[in-house]
Design a protein around this ligand. Structure first.
Ligand SMILES: [Zn+2]
Length: 146
């Protein structure tokens, strides 16, 4: 289950096909989110800033999400969390990722590259004051179960 998974390393040159498969079928991310993660990696590589980062959390059950909240982690309620799929969907539209190594500059590189690929970044504003607690969170936008 999601809470105890082994992180998936996203390195600049790794083959995107198996990576997509792991992101979608292993981590339960929507195909659009998985593509934007790989586009983020490629944007960094093309800018000459190859960055290694890792996925640390993807899809969660409502129970997982409630448990994180009980433990005091920065986590939205299950009905608002983009880690918890909408009813009738198999996929999360939110993901937690962190750069390796975890340096301020790497966080900002990862976050701004993700934003340039259409993702929201939990650490986006205000950047110059450092990294908020939810800097590891990225998603496709506010949860909308239509
Ligand atoms: Zn998150």
């Amino acid at each position: 289950m999601a809470l105890g998974r082994i992180p998936t390393i996203i390195s600049p040159m790794s083959d995107p096909k198996p990576l997509l498969r792991v992101l979608v079928h292993g981590w339960g991310l929507s195909p659009e989110l998985a593509c934007r993660i790989i586009m983020t990696r490629d944007a960094l590589r093309c800018e000459g800033r190859p960055l290694i980062f890792q996925v640390i959390s993807g899809r969660r059950t409502a129970e997982d999400q409630a448990e994180l909240r009980r433990r005091g982690r920065p986590a939205a309620p299950p009905d608002r969390s983009t880690h918890v799929p909408c009813p009738g969907s198999d996929y999360a539209t939110g993901v937690d990722m962190k750069p390796i190594p975890e340096q301020q500059e790497s966080w900002i590189l990862l976050g701004t590259a993700a934003e340039s690929q259409g993702l929201r970044w939990g650490g986006g504003t205000p950047r110059i004051q450092g990294i908020p607690k939810d800097a590891a969170h990225f998603d496709l936008g506010p949860k909308d179960c239509g």
